[in-house]
Design a protein around this ligand. Structure first.
Ligand code: 13P
Length: 252
């Protein structure tokens, strides 16, 4: 049985004192269950402090992006070496906001996925279609291409350890959640694509999250689907209470 992975993506929100008190509270109240993993994806300036606060707890700290090079003349960028050195365990790659506003491409996501594994970080790779693409019936082909390119060149063992987050762009921050059937249909397709490029055994280990307007009121139904193993959550992860309810849902 795959465990559930609930990740809160704060995006560009909070100041350090708010981030610290959130993690203090979550560390204290997070359910002590092996069924669920709780990850906080925080802005770079908070990572060192949050890793220290989460140390020894069940809460993991993730970055929201990184460069694929180890170091060099890349002003403003943060490398996998820096994240690993801080004690960060996961990194979100290819979020649709990075694809839309910061020219992230399937090629750079692939380079970053390799860089993450080269440095012992677990990538959370985001894929998903826009409304226009869904209406043009392109969802399955597009998501398939994104997944294949992101995972290109990885070993089966690395693929098995990757987390894929299916986030339809039209459901992000809009309050429009994909129905659990719509979400599961694409997550099943992702697992089948991974099976095709690796093996059934590898595909069965892969954690696939759904993201897009997930909240305590709809999380149970989403997590009950056959191929949804967790959630990548924006808005509803900003308050500790709501984040804890989502993590709790993963224990059921
Ligand atoms: P919302 O949960 O705010 O829709 O954001 C989803 C998301 O983009 C998580 O990465």
């Amino acid at each position: 049985m795959r465990k559930k992975v609930i990740a809160g993506n704060w995006k560009m929100n909070k100041v350090l004192s708010e981030a610290n008190s959130f993690v203090d509270e979550v560390v204290e109240k997070v359910p002590n269950s092996d069924q669920v993993e709780a990850i906080v994806c925080a802005p770079f300036p908070f990572l060192a402090s949050l890793v220290e606060k989460a140390n020894g707890s069940k809460v993991k700290i993730a970055a929201q992006n990184m460069h694929f090079e180890d170091n060099g003349a890349f002003t403003g960028e943060v490398s996998p070496v820096m994240l690993k050195d801080l004690g960060v365990t996961h990194v979100v790659l290819g979020h649709s906001e990075r694809r839309e506003y910061f020219a992230e491409s399937d090629e750079t996501v692939n380079k970053k996925t390799h860089a993450a594994f080269n440095h012992g970080l677990t990538p959370i790779v985001c894929v998903g279609e826009t409304l226009e693409q869904r209406e043009a019936n392109e969802t399955m082909n597009l998501v398939e291409a994104q997944v294949k390119k992101a995972l290109e060149g990885l070993s089966a063992d690395q693929v098995a350890k990757t987390i894929i987050a299916y986030e339809p762009v039209w459901a992000i921050g809009t309050g429009k959640t994909a129905t659990s059937e719509q979400a599961n249909e694409v997550c099943t397709h992702i697992r089948n694509v991974v099976k095709e490029v690796t093996s059934e055994e590898t595909a069965e280990q892969l954690i696939i999250q759904y993201g897009g307007s997930v909240k305590p009121a709809n999380v149970d139904e989403l997590l009950a689907q056959s191929d949804i193993d967790g959630a990548l959550v924006g808005g509803a992860s900003l308050e500790a209470d709501s984040f804890l309810q989502l993590v709790e849902a993963g224990t059921k």
